[in-house]
Design a protein around this ligand. Structure first.
Ligand SMILES: [Zn+2]
Length: 309
């Protein structure tokens, strides 16, 4: 059963995004308990059940609240299912919602993608739920309306039916467990990732390590944008774009910026460790068990996002 589920996820091109070292995760429940009146603690129910049940955005001004992996989004906007240069995929998930700046970004990037040979635009994967927040399945981030997954599959056409958008698979670009790209990688992937990273709204992009190293090796122009291309697990059926908090987003929590420099040496080290894994550290502490977020863990404004009509 579990195995079947994993296979299904893989064929859907949904590698779980492990890209969650966002600030905001240091917001502990004990801090929050003191920040909110007792009456505001609406439920000990898992927040993913509450946010996962919402089918439409809150009737509020657009406002990303909290961090990428500990937040929600007020007044989200739905990406049109089909536009001149994009299609939203897997519509049954109802995750084509985001802050308006994310919607703008996707539309702009898709127009740039459409200028690449062989690309009609972009197939857009998960963004956020209608009110953001934790999800019942898949991502730990994508909570504040500022994350978007973009498929690696070059769209040949943008008239896929709803049914086709449920069953079509993306393609993987990786070889050797992510140490290298495979034959599906093209210069167009490089150019689209570069265009995304050069956008000042973008904070970082997650992609498998072999892709970053290849881009490092092949970039002959300005390398500054490479700083935002971050090697990460998974992310070979799609890449993941994370935007900065919008100007004036008073409740939005940014992640620390990537370390200075182009990050190419670190990416190469990651690749080397894939190829020749270091022996396990016998003194490493066991991974801390993950607890599901409750409303008390999220910023208190998320209770009103949930309660809004
Ligand atoms: Zn993602």
């Amino acid at each position: 059963m579990v195995r079947h589920f994993l296979i299904a996820l893989t064929t859907l091109g949904l590698s779980a995004c492990g890209d969650d070292r966002s600030s905001g995760s240091e917001r502990t429940s004990s801090q929050n308990e003191y920040a909110m009146p007792a009456s505001a603690v609406v439920s000990s129910k898992e927040a993913k059940q509450l946010f996962g049940a919402k089918t439409a955005a809150s009737a509020q001004q657009p406002d990303p609240i909290g961090g990428y992996a500990n937040g929600c989004v007020a007044g989200a906007v739905q990406l049109a299912e089909t536009g001149p240069t994009w299609q939203a995929m897997r519509l049954s998930r109802n995750r084509n919602w985001a802050h308006p700046e994310t919607i703008d970004f996707v539309q702009k990037l898709s127009a740039k993608a459409a200028a690449q040979p062989g690309w009609a635009g972009l197939y857009v994967g998960d963004m956020s739920q209608p009110r953001g927040g934790p999800m019942l399945t898949g991502h730990r981030s994508h909570q504040s309306g500022l994350d978007v997954d973009i498929w690696m599959l070059p769209p040949k056409r943008l008239n896929l039916t709803l049914a086709e958008r449920e069953i079509l698979s993306s393609i993987s670009l990786r070889r050797a467990n992510g140490a290298y790209t495979n034959d599906n990688w093209t210069r167009q992937h490089h150019e689209i990732l570069k265009a995304a990273a050069q956008d000042p709204q973008v904070a970082r992009i997650f992609v498998f390590p072999g892709a970053k190293v290849r881009m490092c090796n092949e970039e002959t122009g300005n390398r500054a944008y490479l700083r935002k291309i971050r090697p990460w697990w998974g992310h070979h059926y799609h890449f993941h774009v994370r935007l900065n908090c919008p100007r004036g987003g008073a409740h939005c929590v940014n992640q620390d910026p990537p370390p200075p420099g182009d990050g190419c040496d670190d990416a190469q080290t990651w690749v080397n460790n894939i190829l020749n894994p270091p022996p396990p550290d016998p003194d490493a502490p066991p991974p801390a068990p993950r607890r599901e977020l409750t409303m008390a863990d999220l910023p208190r404004q998320c209770a009103s996002v949930l309660a809004s009509p």
